[in-house]
Write a protein that binds this ligand. Structure first.
Ligand code: 13P
Length: 252
């Protein structure tokens, strides 16, 4: 069985004081013995202080972005090794905001995923279709393209997590129905069988993201191929994030 993972993507939110309060609020509500992994992805400058804040809890830390090169003249960027220094274990790659606001394309994203796994960390590879794609019936074609341009069998399966985030559901309050999400997750898993093999694909976690809230988390997380959530807005409120973590246990 795949252990569920609830990940919070803070995006560009929280100063140090706010971040400490949020982590303390989540830690306070967390059942340490529960069978669920918990990850928080703060902005990069908070990774060092948050590494201290999570000591003694099961919370793992991740980064929201990385540069694909190991070092060099890349003003404003950070490398995998630098992120590793902070104690983080996961890095989001290919988030739709990176794709659509910052123009990151498939070949660059593919290099980033490789840099992450070569550096010994786990890549959370984010994919998803726009509303235009969905309405034109292109959802699976877009997903296939995003898988084909980045994922190959040489990427260690145990250092990869896929996050399905339909762009139209991110920050909009619209969520894919559990059935819509399950349909895409099952499709992604079938494509992972082609990339790896059935055994590895069965073990790989596929997260759902897009307006996941305490009220809709249980029904989404109950779907057979949905192995957790990548949460944006709701992860900024300790009570809500903790409620989503609890929801995955009731959904199991
Ligand atoms: P929201 O939960 O705010 O829709 O954001 C989802 C997301 O982009 C997580 O990476």
């Amino acid at each position: 069985m795949r252990k569920p993972l609830i990940a919070g993507n803070w995006k560009m939110h929280n100063t140090l004081v706010e971040a400490r309060a949020l982590v303390a609020g989540v830690v306070e509500r967390l059942d340490e013995s529960a069978d669920v992994d918990v990850l928080m992805c703060p902005p990069v400058q908070l990774l060092f202080p948050m590494a201290k804040a999570v000591v003694g809890s099961k919370i793992m830390l991740g980064a929201q972005n990385v540069h694909e090169e190991q070092s060099g003249a890349f003003t404003g960027e950070v490398s995998v090794a630098m992120l590793k220094d902070t104690g983080c274990s996961h890095i989001l790659v290919g988030h739709s905001e990176r794709r659509h606001i910052f123009g990151e394309m498939g070949d660059r994203i593919a290099k980033k995923v490789r840099a992450v796994v070569q550096g010994g960390l786990t890549a959370i590879y984010c994919i998803g279709e726009t509303l235009e794609d969905r309405e034109a019936g292109r959802t699976m074609a877009v997903i296939d393209q995003q898988i084909d341009e980045v994922l190959t069998g040489d990427i260690p399966a145990d250092q990869l997590i896929v996050a399905y985030e339909p762009v139209w559901a991110i920050g909009t309050g619209k969520t894919a129905s559990p059935e819509q999400a399950q349909e895409v997750h099952a499709h992604i898993r079938s494509r992972l069988v082609d990339v790896y093999d059935a055994g590895k694909a069965e073990k790989l976690r596929i997260l759902y993201g897009g307006s996941v809230k305490p009220g809709n988390a249980a029904s989404i997380l109950a779907q057979p191929d949905i192995d957790g959530a990548l949460v944006g807005g709701a992860c900024l409120v300790a009570e809500d994030f903790a409620a989503i973590i609890s929801a995955v246990l009731t959904a199991a």
